[in-house]
Design a protein around this ligand. Structure first.
Ligand code: ADP
Length: 368
């Protein structure tokens, strides 16, 4: 609907000669005529069949429905901009017309210059209204997302907070009677709970900032192999039932990436691989490279992802129906996806229920 060449107009006018002459003028101006109809009812069925970009609607129509009622119905359902046509209308009718969403008036007899200006102004106003509506809609979506994320966060933060409180009280009240080993374990529990809270908060912050397009990347040069070795060590300490294996052909692989963003990707994928392998087992992290690409694979032998859920895998707050009582909030993979996209990368998944899952992340290797 950017120019006259693609704008289609429906004329609703019950005087045949007036309608024909208006159609001729519009064609001269380069508009396409969608149809010419002579009643409100026909206008509605024409819009249903083939919606035009704009409607020129006579206010006074013969038949049961006048132009204003037809315009109200059409605008309400299809949001098509409408310009009223009128020769003379009493004050009441004009008042009614003003109360409907109107994009312009053309008073008979029309001058071709007036037709052209009124249509251009109506289309410009309509585009502006639509743009504002889209912006409001996007803002509403972000706000809804934020409130849901906030609710999720407060729910997720409660458990580690309760644990922290519990262990600090234990240490405070029985510190002198607890063995150094036990104390060390309690401190580790506290540390891990704080770590979980920090991860949750950082995940949420990333998703909300990414939605608003406000993420700035801070790439830095580092040895990816060393980074992965440290990461794997961290995870080995977290779970006794799982074997975390790192495989790579190199000792040194220098990359230039935003480490925080990479953390979001790998922490979420690794903790999922562990979480969704409730029977324990092996989690394999593999580093591979292609020309100009970093390939990271995270593979588990866990519960797998149901086939009919795989297309929703990266959607916010969605969870597979085979998760049983494994805890989660459906945020992690959408964060992973956002983070991968921020790095101009790609993510793929191969999975079979009850067999396991393999996530492959491909990131461009910006510099060595
Ligand atoms: P959460 O784990 O908190 O539910 P995610 O966004 O990380 O949220 O994952 C979304 C869903 O994808 C999970 O609920 C689960 O159904 C499925 N999923 C993710 N990773 C795995 C995996 N490694 N194995 C099996 N299912 C997985």
């Amino acid at each position: 609907m950017n120019n006259t060449l693609t704008t289609t107009i429906l004329i609703v006018e019950d005087e045949l000669i007036a309608a024909e002459s208006l159609a001729l003028d519009l064609k001269k101006l380069g508009y396409h005529i969608n149809a010419v109809v002579n009643s409100g009812e026909k206008a509605i069925s024409q819009v249903e069949k083939s919606p035009p970009d704009l409607i020129l609607m006579d206010i006074m129509l013969k038949g049961k429905m006048d132009g204003i009622t037809a315009a109200q119905k059409i605008y309400h359902q299809w949001k098509i901009p409408i310009i009223y046509l009128s020769a003379y209308a009493d004050t009441d009718t004009l008042q009614r017309a003003k109360a409907t969403p109107v994009y312009g008036y053309l008073v008979k007899p029309y001058k071709i210059a007036d037709i052209s200006t009124t249509i251009s102004m109506a289309l410009a106003k309509y585009r502006e209204d639509k743009h504002t509506e889209e912006e409001l809609c996007a803002e509403k979506k972000i706000n809804q997302l934020k409130s849901r994320a906030l609710a999720t966060a407060s729910h997720d933060l409660r458990t580690p907070l309760t644990n922290i409180l519990g262990y600090t009280e234990l240490i405070r009240d029985y510190g002198d009677r607890i063995s150094p080993d036990k104390k060390e374990r309690y401190f580790n529990f506290i540390k891990s709970a704080v770590g979980k809270m920090k991860d949750s908060l950082e995940d949420l912050l990333l998703i909300s900032r990414a939605e608003e397009g406000k993420v700035t990347l801070y790439p830095q040069n580092f040895n990816l192999v060393e980074y992965l070795e440290i990461l794997v060590e961290e995870y080995k300490n977290l779970s006794d039932e799982h074997k975390i294996k790192l495989s790579t052909n190199d000792n040194q692989y220098n990359v230039c990436l935003d480490q925080k963003i990479l953390n979001h990707i790998l922490h979420n994928l690794l903790s999922n691989a562990i979480k969704y392998s409730p029977q324990g087992g092996e989690v394999r992290l593999k580093l591979d490279k292609n020309e100009g690409e970093i390939i990271l694979e995270i593979e588990d032998d866990g519960i797998g992802i149901p086939e009919d859920y795989q297309d929703k895998l990266f959607h916010l707050f969605e969870r597979g129906n085979n998760v049983g009582n494994i805890k989660g909030n459906g945020l992690g993979l959408s964060i992973v996806k956002k983070a991968v996209e921020l790095c101009q990368g790609n993510i793929f998944v191969e999975s079979e229920e009850n067999k396991g899952s393999k996530f492959t992340v491909i990131l461009p290797r910006v510099s060595s």
